[in-house]
Write a protein that binds this ligand. Structure first.
Ligand code: ADP
Ligand code: MG
Length: 623
């Protein structure tokens, strides 16, 4: 298809934003172009973390000689014709901005050959387009980007170390491998092959990225709920990860981080995973393009759904059906122990496609939608990167009467809401300590307390551990820092995002008494540890730091590291089989301040609550 410059009224409706600020974002844009061009094989090379060189080669449709110049022009695309097309975008790109922006801040060259045509090459130096010259090359396109940001020193300065930039590129490549299991990708950094996938399916792609062993821990999903196809692999009930970097969601082939879907997954796993444990998933959502708006700020990997409830309901029901269906044995073993908050009854059948035709999703005709969306864009003065209005599909599609089929889904959603409320209530479990009466101890582990019609069983080890932890944490405020060099440095290899995260913590780690540094690839080296933590398990310790990636924004970093130091020290301090006297038990409870929702530093509950009525049910006094 021909590349053409979008009329102003069209590109005004496209959500704008910086598309290239780092090597990995250049790689993202170029690989997306290769995918859009129908490539079945894509190879990516970088040097110097992508700062020196990025080259993306594909075997897709190519760019015709007449289109080469247009490819470099801002707002030039072959993927969008008019504003209406924004309602049904099926390609990854549609803004026509990437090539132009990359070309303006680098030395770029495109060599391309269409089917049956000849190969031509066109270079562009810092935005100055050169001459088209005949070239040699197979069908497809090879884009070379050298010396990124050579003409914008300020931006160059903001780049991270080569290793960190390379790590981010590698992570992006892993994402592509997962998102397009039918395409074979090769990623080479500084001459070394980092990833190679074979385009032979999702399980193979997952094995490629995470290692084949992981497949034993995953469930495959393939469900079709009301026109929304949910497929991929999700971790089993006992498989958790310390942070969210092991979660990939692709909506219509596009990598997306989305609140609605993420909430649905979190809630589906809620009764299986503890705090700071995150499910693993590589999940694909294929929805009719009309019900998803991809026109959001480009650097925000998100989409907007016409109806979040339907999306939530579909994902939640499919995933919880898989998890709960496979956990029946587990529940049986648990007997009549207080069951986790009940889940909505789902009629979901997974692992096979629904035989009935997909129900019609709430949508409007294009004409209706257009009426809803008509608005005037203020004339843009001079610059084009003023804030632009975007098509708000969500708002437009909400104003229609629900159909019968949809009502049913609202019910499902109500159920989900109820479940969430119950969970919220369970969190508020503080009781008045004075009302608790000590009723004895069992197995040298469990302390029994009664308060009116409620019984509480406290795991004394978990509680003790928690208290030591709190004490140590307080003590660490005033500790003297002495570093102890290690005889053999400790080396830890992480994944891309984890590595980038740890690197950011170096100054704080050093403040606390560690000597740490990068060690090539995604590895770090620890050459000295604080002397009071000489014997801690460093793998576990750094694992815990990585686990805090998720909650960082809310907590001060220095506190967090103290927290981690304390919890690591705590592990060494607490030994099994300790016995508490009655006074100690009382003191313990006092210190717990009646917080029956307390968790030990590793996330296990400190107390369990049983109602009298639940006991009565156990003994069939009531039903
Ligand atoms: P967009 O992808 O949003 O259309 P880009 O600036 O990324 O904008 O690319 C501009 C145009 O150049 C694309 O619309 C496409 O026609 C063409 N193009 C870019 N890369 C390739 C490629 N690898 N193969 C074929 N065509 C390409
Ligand atoms: Mg593009």
């Amino acid at each position: 298809m021909k590349i053409h410059v979008l009329p102003q009224e069209v590109f005004n409706k496209i959500a704008a934003g910086e598309v290239v600020d780092r090597p990995y974002s250049v790689v993202k844009e170029l690989v997306e172009n290769a995918i859009d061009a129908g490539a079945t094989a894509v190879s990516v090379e970088t040097e110097g973390g992508g700062k020196t060189l990025i080259r993306v080669t594909d075997n897709g449709g190519g760019i015709g000689k007449d289109d080469l110049v247009s490819a470099y022009l801002p707002h030039a695309t072959s993927k969008l014709q008019s504003a209406e097309d924004l309602f049904g975008v099926t390609t990854l790109g549609f803004r026509g901005e990437a090539i132009a922006s990359i070309a303006s801040v680098s030395k770029m060259k495109i060599v391309s050959r269409t089917e049956g045509g000849d190969a031509f090459s066109l270079s562009c130096l810092g935005g100055k387009i050169g001459e088209i010259v005949p070239a040699a090359g197979a069908q497809g396109t090879e884009v070379t980007v050298e010396e990124l940001f050579f003409n914008t020193p300020a931006r160059l300065k903001f780049l991270k170390s080569d290793a960190q930039e390379e790590g981010d590129v590698a992570n992006m490549m892993a994402r592509f491998i997962l998102s397009r299991p039918e395409i074979s990708f090769t990623y080479t950094a500084n001459g070394k092959i980092k990833y190679r996938s074979y385009g032979d399916g999702l399980s193979s792609a997952i094995a490629n990225v995470y290692g084949a062993d992981i497949l034993d821990q995953l469930f495959e999903i393939d469900a079709d709920k009301h026109g929304i196809k949910v497929h991929g692999f999700i971790g089993n009930q006992n498989f958790s990860k310390p942070n969210r970097t092991y979660q990939s969601l692709f909506v219509n082939g596009r990598y997306v981080v989305n609140q609605t879907v993420s909430a649905a997954l979190t809630n589906a796993y809620a009764s299986y995973l503890m705090k700071r444990q995150y499910p693993f998933y590589v999940l694909f959502l294929d929805v009719p393009p009309e019900i998803v708006d991809v026109n959001v700020t480009p650097n925000k990997s998100d989409v907007r759904f016409a109806d979040n409830q339907i999306i939530y309901g579909s994902v939640y029901s499919v995933v919880s059906a898989v998890l709960d269906g496979n956990s029946r044995a587990l529940e049986y073993l648990a007997g009549s122990a207080p069951a986790p908050a009940s889940k909505p009854v789902q009629e979901a059948i997974v692992f096979e496609k629904s035989s009935e035709p997909p129900k019609v999703l709430p949508s409007m005709t294009y004409e209706e939608a257009k009426k809803e969306l008509e608005f005037d864009v203020p004339p843009i003065a001079g610059k084009v990167n003023l804030p632009r209005r975007t098509l708000d599909l969500t708002a437009a599609l909400e104003v229609h009467a629900p159909t019968a089929g949809e009502e049913k889904h609202e019910d499902a959603f109500e159920e989900n809401k109820k479940l969430l409320l119950e969970q919220e209530k369970a969190k508020q479990q503080r009781v008045d300590v004075r009302s608790l009466r000590f009723k004895g101890e069992l197995f040298r582990t469990y302390l029994f307390y009664e308060s009116g019609d409620d019984a509480y069983i406290v795991d004394q080890h978990a509680a003790h551990e928690r208290l030591i932890y709190d004490k140590l944490r307080a003590k660490l405020e005033s500790r003297a820092i002495v570093s102890q060099p290690m005889l053999v440095p400790f080396v830890l290899t992480l994944n891309g995002p984890e590595f980038a995260f740890i690197c950011k913590q170096f100054p704080l780690l050093e403040e606390i008494g560690f000597e740490v540094g990068e060690f090539g690839g995604n590895s770090i080296k620890v050459s000295a540890v604080p002397s009071d933590l000489m014997n801690i398990d460093l793998t576990a310790f750094f694992g815990e730091i990585v686990a805090t990636m998720e909650s960082l924004r809310a907590i001060k970093l220095a506190d967090l590291l103290k927290d981690k130091l304390a919890s690591a020290a705590c592990k060494a301090a607490v030994k099994g089989g300790e016995f508490l006297t009655e006074e100690e038990a009382a003191a313990l409870l006092e210190r717990m301040d009646g917080d029956m929702g307390l968790k030990c530093p590793h996330g296990r509950p400190v107390a369990v609550h049983i109602k009298k009525s639940e006991m009565e049910k156990l003994f069939k006094r009531i039903v």
